[in-house]
Design a protein around this ligand. Structure first.
Ligand code: NDP
Length: 385
C-alpha cells in the first residue's frame, strides 16, 4: 500500500492520476488532494477517495471547501503555506501536477520529505532545475518524469552507461497549427489553439503545444533530468504521437517507447515504478495507425523553440525568465488580451530586456520569476493598448 498526495488534483493530470489509483484501492491510499479553487471537483474527489486532507491554494475558496466537506472528517486548509504543508505530509508518492511555477514551493516541500515525486509540473524544473535537483539529492527523494517524452526517455535510457548515449530525440506532435502559415497563425483563436489534435490537456499546456514552447520547456526539462550535453538533445515533429521519444546509442541502436496518446500510461508507469500496473489502454493498433511520419520543426513559424534552446545554452537565469514571461503571455492569450503570435514575441522581448545574475536559491529564482512577470506584464499592456 502506497500513500499518495496529488498536488493539482482537479486538473487534467490530477484527474488521470485519480482514475488510476481509484482502480486499485488495495494499493493506493490518498493522503492529500490540492486545487487552486475548483472546490466542487476537489471535494467530490476527496470524499470518493477518503482523503485525509483537501487544500485550496486560493484562500478565498476555503469557506466553500469547508462547507462542502462538513461532517466528512476530511481536514481542510487554504493558502500557499497550507499547500506546502500538504505536500510535506510524508506521502510515499507525490504527484506534482500544479500548472506553472506556482508548483515550485510545494514540489520542494514534497522533495524535502524524501519520498517519490512524480513530476508532471515541468515549469519549476525549467526555472529552478539546479535547486530542485540539489534538494532531491540532499533529501534522498526520487524524481520520476511523468511528461510522456521524459517518461519514454527514462524507460529507454541506460543510466548505468550514459556515455554510450549519442542522442536523445524528443518527439513533438507539432500541435494544432503545424500545417498553418504564419499569416494564418496570426489570426488563430483561443478555441483553435487549445484544440490539440492528439492529446487532451489543460489550457496552458495546450497553448504551449500550439506555440511549441511546450517542446522548448521539455528540451530544458530533459537537460535537467538526463546526464547528456545540450547538443545531444534534438526535437523532431512526429504528428501521430505514437513514439513518445527515443534514445540513440553509439552503436547506432535507437530505443523508442511507443504507446497511445493518453497520459495514464506514463502516470501508471510512475505510480507503480519499479513495478508495472494495468492502465485502461486498448492494445496499440499499429496496423490501423499505418504509418509514422517525421519532419524537422520549422524555426520560423515556431520561434519559441529557438528561444528555449537559447535559454538552455545560456543557462543561469534565462530559463526562469523564459518560463515566467511565457506564463504571463499565455495567460493573456487565454484572457483574449493578445494574439497568438504575440506570445513568443513577448517572451523574446522580456528575455532581451532582463539579464540578471544566475539565481542559486529558491528565493533568488522567485525574485527573477517575479521581475520577469512584471516586465512581461508591461509588454502585454503595450499589445493591448
Ligand atoms: P490543468 O490546468 O488541467 O490543472 C492544473 C491544476 O493546478 C489544477 O488542479 C488547478 O486547480 C491547479 N492550480 C492552478 N493554479 C494553481 C495555483 N496558483 N496554485 C495551486 N494550484 C493551482 O493542468 P494540467 O493537468 O494540464 O497540467 C499540469 C502540469 O502538468 C503542467 O505543468 C503541465 O505542463 C504538465 N503536463 C501536463 C500534461 C497533460 O497531458 N495535461 C502532459 C505533460 C505535462 P483548479 O482546478 O482549482 O484551478
Amino acid at each position: 500500500m502506497k500513500t499518495v498526495t496529488i498536488l493539482g488534483a482537479t486538473g487534467s493530470i490530477g484527474t488521470s492520476t485519480l482514475d488510476l489509483i481509484e482502480r486499485e484501492p488495495e494499493n493506493f491510499q490518498v493522503l492529500a488532494l490540492t486545487a487552486n479553487c475548483d472546490v466542487e471537483k476537489l471535494a467530490v474527489a476527496a470524499i470518493r477517495t477518503n482523503a485525509r486532507r483537501a487544500v485550496v491554494a486560493d484562500e478565498a475558496c476555503l469557506h466553500d471547501l469547508r462547507a462542502a466537506l462538513v461532517g466528512t472528517g476530511i481536514e481542510t486548509a487554504g493558502g500557499a503555506q497550507a499547500l506546502c504543508e500538504a505536500a510535506a505530509m510524508g506521502a510515499d508518492v507525490t504527484m506534482a501536477a500544479i500548472v506553472g511555477c506556482a508548483g515550485l514551493e510545494p514540489v520542494l516541500a514534497a522533495i524535502e520529505q524524501g519520498g517519490t515525486i512524480i513530476l508532471a509540473n515541468k515549469e519549476p524544473l525549467v526555472s529552478a532545475g539546479d535547486v530542485i535537483l540539489a534538494a532531491a539529492a540532499k533529501h534522498g527523494a526520487t524524481l520520476l518524469p511523468a511528461d510522456s517524452e521524459h517518461n519514454a526517455i527514462f524507460q529507454c535510457f541506460d543510466s548505468a552507461r550514459p556515455h554510450r548515449v549519442r542522442r536523445i530525440i524528443l518527439t513533438a506532435s507539432g500541435g494544432p497549427f503545424r500545417d498553418k502559415t504564419l499569416e494564418e497563425m496570426r489570426h488563430m483563436t483561443l478555441e483553435q489553439a487549445v484544440a490539440h489534435p492528439n492529446w487532451s490537456m489543460g489550457a496552458k499546456i495546450s497553448v504551449d503545444s500550439a506555440t511549441l514552447m511546450n517542446k522548448g520547456l521539455e528540451l530544458i526539462e530533459a537537460a535537467r533530468l538526463f546526464p547528456v550535453a545540450n547538443h545531444q538533445l534534438e526535437v523532431i515533429v512526429h504528428r501521430q504521437s505514437v513514439i513518445h521519444s527515443m534514445v540513440e546509442y553509439v552503436d547506432g541502436s535507437v530505443l523508442a517507447q511507443l504507446g497511445p496518446p493518453d497520459m495514464r500510461t506514463p502516470i501508471a508507469y510512475c505510480l507503480a515504478w519499479p513495478d508495472r500496473m494495468a492502465a485502461p489502454m486498448p492494445p496499440l493498433d499499429l496496423v490501423a495507425i499505418g504509418r509514422l511520419d517525421f519532419e524537422a520543426p520549422d524555426p520560423v513559424r515556431f520561434p519559441a523553440l529557438r528561444l528555449a534552446r537559447e535559454a538552455l545554452e545560456a543557462g543561469g537565469a534565462r530559463p526562469a525568465i523564459l518560463n515566467a514571461a511565457n506564463e504571463v503571455a499565455v495567460a493573456a492569450f487565454l484572457e483574449r488580451r493578445i494574439g497568438f503570435l504575440e506570445i513568443a514575441a513577448i517572451v523574446e522581448d522580456t528575455l532581451n530586456c532582463y539579464d540578471p545574475a544566475a539565481p542559486d536559491s529558491v528565493e533568488e529564482v522567485l525574485v527573477v520569476d517575479a521581475e520577469a512577470r512584471r516586465l512581461a506584464g508591461v509588454r502585454v499592456k503595450d499589445c493591448v493598448a
